[in-house]
Design a protein around this ligand. Structure first.
Ligand code: GRF
Length: 229
């Protein structure tokens, strides 16, 4: 599953998929500008023509593409068109940064081992939508975000890196979402850099970091050291 070529290519290509606001994408653009990303962002692709993030990427001089899912009759037809666009950018990693479209094996199987997503929950808890409200309704003391490799199981691929935030009594889904988003912005580029550096990879049994199989939630992000524990 993990691509051997990723470890040997001199310049790694990063493709980012978005559907909306694109705040996670902006964090990658900023990391790249500061020389903190171990790859080049070669394309930002949206499935929505009105995605705010597309305008942001264009303003920053990044090549963009829109593949509007509404113009395709089937999910598979959309996924084939998306796969062709992504493949033309020769990616070493495909970053799903708020890409709100369920992908089929037509897309996933083609890029398996290079697909990295961020999910706003402490996976394996709360795959799917409305994660913050579900955590509050369950009376959880903590919520968080997980960066994981993508497989054909929705939000079920091996976790790479996870960050926790405390849920306070007065938290609403909105306040919790903004607290979680802050940690998303910290852990996402870090985990993708691990992939680009060849430190983390997606293998048959799960995600490996520095040769060690990671636990179900991935490595734990340490806010003090801004690195894994
Ligand atoms: C993030 O909370 C991400 O975890 C979820 O969708 C949101 C996207 O936000 N999958 P943005 O578009 O990156 O601002």
């Amino acid at each position: 599953m993990a691509s051997q070529s990723t470890a040997t290519k001199p310049v790694k290509n990063v493709v980012i998929l978005i559907s909306g606001r694109g705040s996670n994408m902006e964090v990658f653009l900023e990391a790249s500008r500061q020389g903190m990303l171990d790859g080049t962002i070669v394309r930002v692709i949206s499935n929505r023509p009105d995605a705010q993030g597309i305008d942001t990427a264009k303003r920053r001089g990044i090549a963009t593409a829109v593949i509007d899912h509404k113009t395709f009759d089937t999910r598979e037809a959309f996924d084939a068109a998306l796969a062709a666009e992504v493949a033309s950018a020769d990616p070493d990693v495909v970053v799903l940064a708020g890409f709100m479209r369920i992908l089929t094996p037509v897309f996933i199987d083609r890029f398996l081992g290079k697909l990295v997503n961020i999910h706003p929950s402490l996976l394996p808890k709360y795959a799917g939508l409305n994660t913050h409200q579900r955590a509050i309704d369950a009376g959880d003391a903590e919520a968080g975000a997980t960066v994981h490799y993508v497989t054909n199981e929705l939000d079920g691929g091996p976790a790479i890196l996870q960050a926790r935030v405390k849920i306070d009594d007065l938290d609403t889904a909105e306040t919790l979402a903004s607290k979680v988003l802050e940690v998303e912005h910290r852990i996402f580029p870090e985990a993708v850099n691990w992939h680009l550096q060849g430190r983390v990879l997606h293998a048959e049994l799960g995600a490996y970091l520095d040769g060690e199989l990671l636990p179900p939630g991935g490595a734990s992000w340490d806010p003090c050291s801004a690195s894994s524990a």
